[in-house]
Design a binder for this molecule. Structure first.
Ligand SMILES: [Zn+2]
Ligand SMILES: [Zn+2]
Length: 577
């Protein structure tokens, strides 16, 4: 009944659309500028610019690629934001995953901007700001909230994802109406019972959407992404069928799933021990936000007490599902965990799927677990994990509900963006109204006219090495690559300041090059090379530090290469005494 009423109401509003069309010409132009998250999965950050004001959506980091030696994280290039700092009105966050919030501390070091986020995301952001001694204006928002940020009227919409409190945004402003889905899936039976607000998406579609930015991660998967309820069934099956110790590794941020592990444990009279810093932090945060209100504190025990409980009476929830070297599960696998010693027939569940790039380290940990005769349960064999991103049929539903005028596929590698563009076309969207953008490109929309300005601003990766932001250039990376492949030789020589003659035997130190004890002959020969070089240079009168250093480096390089076919980094250290 109600649905029918709403429908007729919507129909009655139809003439308003015609009026709106006529005013299109008067609309001010706007720009959409992705700074990250296009042609990659990671460091999501998109700007909307209208009437001289800028709204930022998400501010994440990416993990470095394999070749980026020693780089901690990669963040978007904030140059455009810095140059236009007084025009930036706010930062709205879709959810608390690192690829959406990870770069916030780096942004806040450069510009101050009010942040709007859901409770869990804000809890995680607060923690980051505290760690970095930063403060800022923050606003906690809930689905259904509508608020103004400069000229932008923002509305938060409930979605489902692999973290609690994920939001999509409807953003209305003088130039138009943009909908950003954030990361989402359609889950009719999510663990917290809060189903994505499809009704609101449908209403927004009726109001008219100019641009849709939509998650492309799982566009290549046919059908529907299974519900979290599937994980619940698999976990029940494991708990029902074992009286062994159960150890579950999962993403700390998947609060609802962790809550289910706790509930399943309670049903089987098991106590819960939590191991791993990020898991403990998120659990403490979830408790303070009320997500675990119906869980009595008494079911938790300190991980050090775990050994006092029978195997059938304990569940351990741990970090390390990605094989991270210092994580609790990896330490258990390598016998380095202080409190937990793995036993034959312990059940270890990976409630996760490998993030691309982590496959190798995960399989190393899994092999270690097999060596310890632990029963390993992987998501590939049992449904102990489901994705948090919409598959193709779910994407089609969102496109159909919103019917956007223009479409920008987001959150995906290039192939995902192209496939998402094709999906949109298959639903009748005109090819001319689909825009595959790169980071730093700008889509300019003015009523019915559009223009893409390629490389409107920098969309480059900014590499963060510890606390040095952006100082790590390609030279440093090249050095690190060389070091990792061929190692390092330092040659220390002490020379008489007056005569230039050697005061002592040159000292060679190597790291990661050859095992010195087995190659003493090579080292002795190399020292002879240094003697020869210094003799040659002294007789030629080339005694200044720079030319001597160059000569030692060049002779050593050709000697090492001719004898070992290796090309280590060579650093001469010359001391005049
Ligand atoms: Zn996410
Ligand atoms: Zn994401």
């Amino acid at each position: 009944m109600t649905t029918y009423k709403n429908k007729s109401k919507r129909r009655a509003k139809a003439p308003a659309k015609a009026i709106k069309k006529n005013t299109d010409k008067a609309k001010p132009p706007f720009r959409i500028i992705p700074l990250g998250g296009m042609k990659e999965i990671g460091k999501n950050c998109t700007l909307i610019e209208c009437c001289g004001e800028i709204l930022i959506i998400d501010c994440g980091f990416a993990f470095p690629e394999y070749e980026m030696f020693g780089i901690d994280v990669v963040i978007p290039d904030f140059t455009y934001i810095k140059e236009n700092r007084e025009r930036v009105k706010g930062l709205i966050i879709t959810h608390g995953h690192e690829d959406h919030i990870g770069a916030i501390p780096y942004l806040l070091q450069e510009v101050s901007v009010p942040i709007y986020a859901s409770p869990l995301a804000m809890g995680l952001i607060d923690h980051k700001l505290e760690e970095n001694y930063l403060t800022g204006e923050t606003h906690v928002i809930k689905p259904g909230d509508r608020f103004n940020v400069g000229c932008f009227t923002v509305e938060a919409i409930q979605t489902n994802h692999s973290i609690a409190d994920a939001l999509a945004y409807s953003i209305k402003f003088p130039g138009g109406h943009v909908v950003h889905t954030g990361d989402f899936k359609i889950d009719y039976s999510p663990l917290d019972g809060r189903v994505i607000d499809l009704n609101r998406f449908s209403q927004l579609g009726d109001q008219g959407v100019d641009v849709l930015l939509c998650d492309s991660t799982n566009v290549m998967r046919k059908g529907y992404t299974p519900s979290e309820a599937v994980v619940r069934r698999s976990i029940d099956e494991i708990f029902d069928n074992t009286d062994r110790r159960i150890i579950i590794a999962t993403f700390a941020s998947n609060v609802h799933r962790i809550k289910y592990f706790i509930e399943a444990s309670m049903k089987h009279n098991r106590r819960i021990a939590v191991s791993g810093r990020s898991m403990e932090n998120v659990l403490a945060l979830s408790k303070s936000l009320g997500y675990l209100d119906d869980i009595p504190e008494s079911v938790f025990i300190n991980v050090n007490e775990a050994k006092n409980y029978a195997d059938s009476k304990i569940t351990i929830i741990t970090t390390g599902s990605q094989g991270e070297p210092m994580s609790a599960l990896t330490r258990m696998a390598y016998d380095n965990h202080k409190a937990i010693k793995l036993k034959k027939n312990d059940v270890v569940v990976f409630s996760s799927s490998p993030i691309p790039g982590n496959e190798k380290v995960i399989s190393q940990v899994v092999n270690r677990l097999y060596e310890k005769e632990v029963d390993v349960v992987l998501a590939s064999a049992m449904d102990v994990h489901v994705s948090g991103h919409a598959s193709s049929e779910e994407l089609k539903l969102i496109h159909t509900l919103l019917r956007p005028k223009y479409f920008v596929p987001a959150h995906g590698e290039y192939r995902h963006l192209v496939e998402h563009a094709r999906l949109s076309q298959s639903l009748g969207q005109s090819k001319d109204n689909i825009f595959i953008l790169g980071n730093g490109d700008a889509l300019e929309v003015c009523g019915n006219r559009t223009h893409v300005e390629r490389s409107y601003t920098s969309g480059e990766d900014v590499m963060v090495d510890g606390y040095d932001i952006g100082d790590v250039g390609s030279v440093v990376l090249k050095d690190r690559k060389k070091l990792s492949q061929s190692g390092l030789i330092t040659i220390s020589v002490a020379l008489d300041q007056a005569t230039g003659s050697l005061m002592a035997e040159p000292i060679l130190n190597t790291r990661g090059f050859v095992f010195v004890e087995e190659h003493m002959d090579l080292i002795r020969e190399a020292i002879n090379v240094v003697y020869n070089t210094i003799g040659k240079s002294t007789s030629a009168g080339a005694l200044d530090e720079a030319s001597l250093s160059r000569a030692i480096k060049s002779d050593m390089k050709s000697f090492i290469y001719s004898t070992t076919k290796k090309n280590p980094m060579i650093i001469p250290v010359i001391l005049y005494v």
